[in-house]
Design a protein around this ligand. Structure first.
Ligand code: AMP
Ligand code: MG
Length: 477
């Protein structure tokens, strides 16, 4: 095998000084590798270096820094920044792709406020499992290269094991990075960040006259596509603050996120989300709200006349809803094996969702069972109004020219047989914290191709025990 090596560039460090603070990670006492992502390492050419992933050694060519950002947290504007993360730099791959390499939990920074700059093992392994599962589900996401236990105690409500996660991202530029520039910097700072973002994520538009408006448009397009994918698999992010929304269109910041079991639009897992601001059904609306905050930061770049600038921004922002709806509808059609478009399709889909809600059906397994023609296991399937729906669906399928086999193949590639179910994730994490990593690796294996429908995946599609009906998640600090 070819020898891997770091090949860092540090383009972020060339932004104006306000955007970051140079900061080395804080060394830890007794680092131990808990898990390493070989296939991701192959993809980006990253060598396995425990001391680097622990923050004890800075690799050659890296210029470590903490990024400044702000954000609206549950609707309230706050100054934030990397309080427990360090960007080592950007790994340039053989094929000239650029990936941020970030250590999360690597010690205090000037943005730590009251925090200790540390992370704990459970939440970092949770981010590892769920971000990798999202990637394998085909959903844009930051990824996880390694988790290292620090050998140090981290004080929370009780003493916990410290850990550092190495996160790999297209970038860590957030809506909150733009909000930071707009609130604490000059218009020129916003322009620098926008130009940098365009060069990094949308280079084909860099020379166009209306490039800033196109930046907004493309970020909206990516978010509309992303949130539709979340909805289609029942993923609930849990803390969609503007600082947790990546401009690249990747899912980021896995804190209290979880997958929905029983379908209910009001589902919330996060213990701190008391009013359900970030509930399943609210995710598209919240994304639109966040994008409006993003648009506001760019106003001075759109037009010198503020009224004209606002009008331009509004026109763009309004596109989110229909873009999102189109992605969602296309995805739902595929989940039901529909190739063509008919006017009644949306009603057919909404009626199924309503039945799922009424009969408390498991979201993933409803679609999984439809895919493999399994008619038992869910109370829903014996309900008379479901039978009626099922007939409508069969009739609809017959209206298209594709065969049943073709429909089934389409459904298989859009309905995961497995998701990281909360009870399996918790089981894997409890064992891992006791030193037994086998359950976590079994789970990661099962999630490696969620669309495989392999016999060995079946046990991972089993429903959670009743005590998981009121599953709660906590912010991963
Ligand atoms: P999060 O909820 O992970 O998105 O983090 C929100 C903000 O709190 C970010 O600015 C983090 O850097 C910061 N933060 C979270 N945990 C810690 C910690 N243990 N020490 C310092 N800052 C933290
Ligand atoms: Mg965050």
């Amino acid at each position: 095998m070819e020898k891997k090596s770091w090949n860092f560039d540090n383009s972020y460090a060339k932004l104006p000084q306000i955007f970051y603070t140079k900061q080395h990670p804080t060394a830890v006492r007794a680092p131990k590798l808990i898990t390493f992502n070989d296939s991701l390492a192959d993809l980006i050419g990253a060598p396995l270096q425990l001391e680097v992933f622990a923050g004890n050694e800075v690799p050659k060519g890296a210029q470590p820094l903490a990024q400044a950002y702000a954000g609206h947290q549950f609707g309230h504007f706050t100054m934030l920044g990397d309080g427990r993360a360090i960007l080592l730099g950007e790994q340039i791959t053989d094929s000239q792709d650029r990936f941020d390499i970030q250590l999360k939990g690597s010690g205090r920074t000037p943005y730590s406020r009251g925090g200790d700059g540390r992370a704990t093992l459970g939440p970092m392994l949770r981010e590892y499992i769920i971000s990798e599962a999202m990637h394998k589900l085909g959903i844009p996401t930051t990824r996880s290269l390694a988790v290292v236990a620090t050998g140090e105690v981290v004080r929370r409500e009780k003493d916990l094991m410290g850990a550092v996660l190495t996160r790999v991202a297209k970038s860590h530029i957030r809506v909150g990075t733009f909000e930071f520039a707009a609130h604490f910097g000059s218009v020129e700072d916003v322009r620098s960040l926008a130009d940098y973002t365009i060069a990094r994520h949308f280079p084909e538009t860099a020379t166009l006259e209306n490039k800033y408006l196109l930046l907004l448009r493309q970020v909206i397009e990516r978010q509309a596509a992303l949130i539709a994918k979340w909805q289609l698999v029942g993923f609930i992010h849990g803390v969609m603050n503007t600082d947790n929304m990546a401009i690249s269109g990747q899912t980021m910041d896995y804190g209290p996120c979880a997958f929905m079991d029983v379908y209910h639009p009001d589902t919330v897992f996060s213990s701190i989300d008391i009013h359900g601001r970030y509930a399943y059904k609210n995710q598209p609306g919240i994304a639109a709200w966040n994008l409006a905050r993003f648009a506001e930061t760019l106003l001075p770049l759109f037009h010198e006349n503020i009224h004209k600038a606002v009008q331009l921004a509004q026109e763009e922002a309004e596109s989110f809803e229909s873009l999102y709806q189109n992605h969602w509808l296309a995805g739902m059609r595929a989940k039901l094996g529909l190739f063509d478009e008919r006017p009644d399709d949306k009603l057919l889909i909404l009626d199924l969702l309503e039945l799922m809600q009424q009969y408390e059906a498991d979201y993933t397994n409803t679609f999984r069972c439809l895919t493999i023609d399994k008619r038992d296991g869910l109370f829903l399937f014996s309900a008379p109004d479901y039978q009626y729906w099922y007939e409508r669906w069969r009739v609809r399928l017959k209206k298209q020219s594709q065969s049943t086999d073709e429909s089934k193949a389409l459904m298989k590639s859009h309905n995961p047989a497995v998701i990281p179910r909360n009870h399996r994730v918790e089981e894997a994490l409890s064992a891992a914290l006791e030193g037994d990593l086998s359950k976590m690796h079994q789970l990661l294996n099962a999630l490696d191709n969620p669309y495989a429908y392999a016999p060995e995946q079946e046990e991972f599609s089993q429903l959670p025990p009743p005590e998981f009906c009121h599953y709660k998640t906590f912010c991963g600090t």
